[in-house]
Design a binder for this molecule. Sequence first.
Ligand SMILES: *Cc1c(COP(=O)(O)O)cnc(C)c1O
Length: 483
Amino acid sequence: MDRKTVFAKKTNVKEVNYVGPSGVPLQNPQSYLPQNLVRKDLPLPHLGEADVVRHFLGLAQRNFSIDTHFYPLGSCTMKYNPKINEDMAKLDGFVGLHPYQAPHTVQGTLELLYELEQMLCEITGMQRFTFQPSSGAHGELAGMLMIRKYHQAHKRNKTKVIVPDSAHGTNPATASMCGYQTVVVESTLEGLVDVDKLKSLVDDETAAIMLTNPNTLGLFEEDILKISDMIHKKGGFLYYDGANFNALLGITKPALMGFDVVHLNLHKTFSTPHGCGGPGAGAVGVTDALVDYLPVPLLKKESGELFFDYCLPHSIGKVRAFYGNFAVLVRAYTYLLRLGSQGLRRVAHNSVLNANYVKEKLKDYYEVPFPKRCMHEVIFSCKKQKERGASAYDIAKRLIDYGIHPPTMYFPLTVPEAFMVEPTETESRCALDYFIEAMRQIDREISQDLDKVKSAPHTSFVKRVDETKAARSPDLRWRENGV
Ligand SMILES: *Cc1c(COP(=O)(O)O)cnc(C)c1O
């Protein structure tokens, strides 16, 4: 690929074709901008449409994306995003909305929110949902603030929140943000919450336990009813981290397992393109006990008219401006309607089947620390490969040469050289077989040509970067040599 940018090519087209009238009235910027902010010179190349298209398409192709590559990032659910979701999200009636519009002019939009809430209640067994939180972590914060407010209102002295040692980092972070002490409960060798150890940790000061089920090791917590009994007896709540809810869609509901609060990452399980902080929606649902504490406003229907009700005296208040990332909600709604209840169950079956297929085909090559049947994701440990000289990091980099996005690595923290693979239900058997063969091939390369693995990737635009520096002080300027 020609990797030069348009700046380097010094293209200069005098006549630019195919450009319509701008629609923005021309004004002299000098008349309303401070002089020191007005550019004297704007060194943009003059380009024809074709050059502009190639410029942006060229940049886009330097990305890994679910539309171009297999993307098995565990605990992130990078599933295919149906294009019909985008068509619906950009309907004129939605795109032109303004959040201050009078409710009677947006009844259709409110109806969509109303129905989406009902569908999510059906799926989870919760009583009501809020769509305000913009991400999973944000949803956790809203959920735990409700729990805290409940305990305060009932004059209960609660100081701690229990999380398993395999938990997603946002769980203990949320507990701390809400002023609770985080207490870690260890997992058994099988990868499940150690119920005996939990028993010794739960007491009257336990505000809640935060769990994800299937847990972050990809396993179903079989003792969930015992756990829920134990916590409820001490007046604590069960918080369900439902960021990745694929495995259980249409099979069971968090409410049946005893959970009181649930967040769902609509951008993961219900298919919205996400990553790099893109818009998300961490919908939060609660059972009866916590409905009064939901963020304002809540949707209400009276004699057929929908409106937002701000009169919620016990509410934790607002957690975001307006009502949430609406376009993500449209996508989730479209996704749900397209699949229907049978389709959702197929999502669960196929996501579990695909993960177990990958596990069975690779278990003789890469160690599987938890041999139980997994749910929608599978964890490998690259311990054996590390002993032969290549770490999980090296293997991940080599996968890039095979056109595969590296899986989640070194997480959960309890697994050495962890490789967390979530194939999702949207991948074909052919795509899975390609991934399996690439993983086996890399295992062979470690024996035959270790340097090739250690110096990978060989084909990507950017090779190995100092990841801390790249995250903390990114320098995105283009350079002549393309580095
Ligand atoms: C992704 C994820 C989160 C956080 O969700 P964000 O939208 O990234 O804030 C929390 N818990 C689990 C298990 C996750 O996979």
